[in-house]
Design a protein around this ligand. Structure first.
Ligand SMILES: [Mg+2]
Length: 214
């Protein structure tokens, strides 16, 4: 069970968003949870655009992360789709508005890739955090787009052959995010859900900071 991708098929090769100042991308990725990291989270899910409230300072933080050389990959569990509460189209609208609002706030606040897991918790899907499947796939999509290569098949699952992640990192507000990041083998940071990414922005950009443990 693979993750889903915002407004594209998983194997589509879409032109990469230019890095700031025309720099080359060195291969490092900021894997970010969405709810409680970019926008205010809710135990009842974010069900429509009206419930989407971007946290203060998030657009500037994303711009800083991209200016530091990272591509941004959103990895978000969205089980309401699997529960039949709403559709992929509902989520796509929310994600599109999120990107619009970020760019309106800071024109450099690009999200390079948005992946989501539509599966219910009891599916134990590899694409659902705490498993690292979304991070595995995100890495391969971004790498393929950067080199303009096609993807025949994903290296996916518990036997994933990890690649050099450098200073890549994962940020989330929940235990499942911590597990996903640590299972993927990147620096992993837990943020306060009321502050989101802003809570840990100085830490993630301090490459001497190895992140948090479980
Ligand atoms: Mg969250």
């Amino acid at each position: 069970m693979l993750p889903s991708r915002h407004l594209a098929n998983l194997t589509d090769i879409t032109p990469p968003i230019p890095m700031p100042s025309g720099n080359d991308w060195g291969g490092e990725i900021a894997y970010l949870d969405r709810d409680g990291v970019l926008n205010i989270g809710s135990s009842d899910y974010i069900n429509n655009v009206d419930e989407l409230i971007v946290l203060d300072g998030v657009a500037d933080a994303i711009a800083r992360i991209r200016n530091a050389g990272f591509r941004v990959c959103i990895v978000t569990n969205q089980s309401p789709i699997g529960r039949g509460l709403w559709s992929h189209e509902t989520l796509a609208e929310i994600n599109s508005v999120l990107q619009e609002r970020l760019l309106k706030s800071n024109p450099e606040a690009h999200l390079d890739l948005i992946l989501y897991s539509p599966y219910v918790p009891w599916s134990n899907a590899w694409a659902r955090k705490g498993n690292p499947g979304m991070l595995q796939v995100g890495r391969q999509i971004l790498a393929a787009a950067d080199s303009d290569e096609s993807i025949e098949e994903f290296d996916y699952g518990p036997k994933y052959i990890s690649v050099e992640e450098g200073n890549s990192f994962m940020v989330g507000d929940r235990l499942a995010d911590m597990k996903a990041g640590l299972n993927h083998g990147v620096r992993t940071f837990r943020c306060n859900e009321d502050l989101g990414i802003v809570d840990v922005i100085e830490r993630v950009l301090n490459f001497d900071d190895d992140g948090d443990s479980l």
